[in-house]
Design a protein around this ligand. Structure first.
Ligand SMILES: Cc1cc2nc3c(=O)[nH]c(=O)nc-3n(C[C@H](O)[C@H](O)[C@H](O)COP(=O)(O)OP(=O)(O)OC[C@H]3O[C@@H](n4cnc5c(N)ncnc54)[C@H](O)[C@@H]3O)c2cc1C
Length: 385
């Protein structure tokens, strides 16, 4: 087949790019190529679903602001033939909590967030205790609460984006990319396992944790590695007050879900690789003590489910690599390192701007480009990741 833009990978990122390329006033033809339309191992359906503006880099804050705006209208805007696209979007808020030593970083980030118009509230330990009576606060220095942040159902977002992209004319191709033909300057076509080829003017690698396998097809090494992370679902023995999405400096991160909570403690020391095994001790050893320490009434919680998933971890700086890379017409949209779902709408819009308007129009994401990798200049978040 032949198209203008071929997107490799049909998860949240690929689907959002497909949608925004079709929704643009000068829409291009686009084919989104996905090897497994059931998304059995993809990261998107395994995500926790959190959307937060609590970042330090302006790009990440702005991407989240747009994400929240987009998700708040999603059900209506992604409707197809009058059928709405509910995603369970809940503005339950986020809460970052830090020990006294980390107050200066939290303060600096708080100031940046305020400058970007984020609704953020500073809470000292007494304020935390008043708002969240079950929380242990004697070892905390402060917290920042962002009541307009929240969460959603990742699979519904993925299905909604795909359905709408298709309704607008995106071609959703089922196939596995196994090779890329190029002349060292430009890519010409993709080879699929079926033997078919996809010819295009421009190619976007949105293969998430598999992005390095795709760039290897053009002889390019990128610092993106699969990193296993568990999402646990657990229920309290005794119910406590309503919590926001809570995160701390030791990477404990969890939020309300149904009768209980979903979340975990990502381990950055986790060996890299496509590992979907479950270490059944991890929750007991790492997550449960962290939850019980912070919320003593949750000591009697019951673990109900553990799901492994992969981060597309950018080893350089934990932020995505976006735009042209390796060949003139070969773009990368990967390395999201745990933030890809919340940023998918902003990334989709950014690629539509880059391709159809000739450059970023709304959020300037130049600093997330490949150049920083070439120059080995990390562009990192400060504080809680
Ligand atoms: C446990 C966990 C919790 C998370 N929590 C959050 C959160 O709260 N908020 C948030 O924003 N993010 C979160 N994330 C991160 C988020 O899930 C990812 O950043 C995001 O889903 C990335 O989307 P993607 O489309 O790039 O990748 P994916 O969803 O993995 O999609 C990539 C697709 O590429 C396909 N593919 C790969 N190779 C090929 C090939 N050769 N040919 C064709 N297709 C191919 C794969 O089949 C896959 O479907 C979490 C991740 C995990 C694992």
């Amino acid at each position: 087949m032949k198209t203008d833009v071929a997107v490799i990978g049909g998860g949240a990122i690929g689907a959002a790019i497909g949608y925004f390329l079709r929704a643009h006033p000068r829409a291009s033809e686009v084919a989104v190529i996905e090897r497994d339309p059931a998304f059995r191992l993809a990261s998107t359906p395994r995500a926790s679903g959190g959307v937060r503006q609590l970042f330090s880099l302006p790009e990440n804050i702005e991407l989240s602001k747009f994400g929240l705006e987009f998700f708040s209208r999603f059900e209506r805007d992604m409707a197809v033939d009058g059928a709405p696209a509910p995603i369970g979007f809940t503005r339950g808020g986020y809460l970052f909590i830090v020990p006294p030593a980390a107050i200066p970083v939290l303060e600096a980030n708080f100031a940046i967030q305020q400058r970007h118009g984020v609704d953020v509230r500073w809470l000292d330990p007494a304020g935390l205790k008043t708002q969240f009576p079950s929380m242990r606060v004697d070892d905390l220095g402060a917290g920042v609460h962002s009541p307009t942040d929240g969460w959603l159902d990742p699979s519904s977002v993925l299905q909604g984006l795909r359905r709408k992209a298709r309704a607008l004319g995106a071609i959703l191709v089922t196939g596995e990319v196994v090779g890329i033909e190029h002349d060292g300057r430009r890519a010409r076509n993709l080879r699929l396992k079926s033997g078919e080829t996809v010819e295009a003017e421009l190619f976007i690698n949105a293969a998430g944790a598999w992005a390095s396998e795709i760039t290897a097809m053009i002889g390019l090494a990128v610092p993106i590695e699969p990193m296993r992370r568990y999402e646990h679902y657990f229920e309290p023995g005794t119910p406590i007050e309503k919590l926001p999405y809570v995160k701390d400096v030791n990477r404990l991160a969890f939020r309300p879900e149904g009768k209980g909570y979903t979340g975990g403690v990502p381990d950055l020391a986790e060996p890299r690789g496509f590992n979907f095994e479950v270490d059944h001790d991890y929750f007991e050893r790492v997550v449960w003590p962290a939850v019980a320490h912070r919320f003593p009434p949750l000591e009697t919680l019951k673990l109900k489910n553990t799901m492994p998933g992969l981060y597309d971890q950018n080893e350089l700086d934990g932020n995505p690599i976006l735009g042209p890379c390796g060949l003139e017409n070969f773009h990368l949209a990967a390395g999201f390192s745990g933030h890809g779902l919340m940023h998918a709408p902003g990334i989709g819009r950014a690629f539509a701007e880059l391709i159809l308007d000739g450059g970023y129009q709304t959020i300037d994401l130049t600093r997330f480009g490949w150049q920083r990798v070439v120059e080995n200049k990390p562009y990192r978040e400060r504080g809680i990741l």
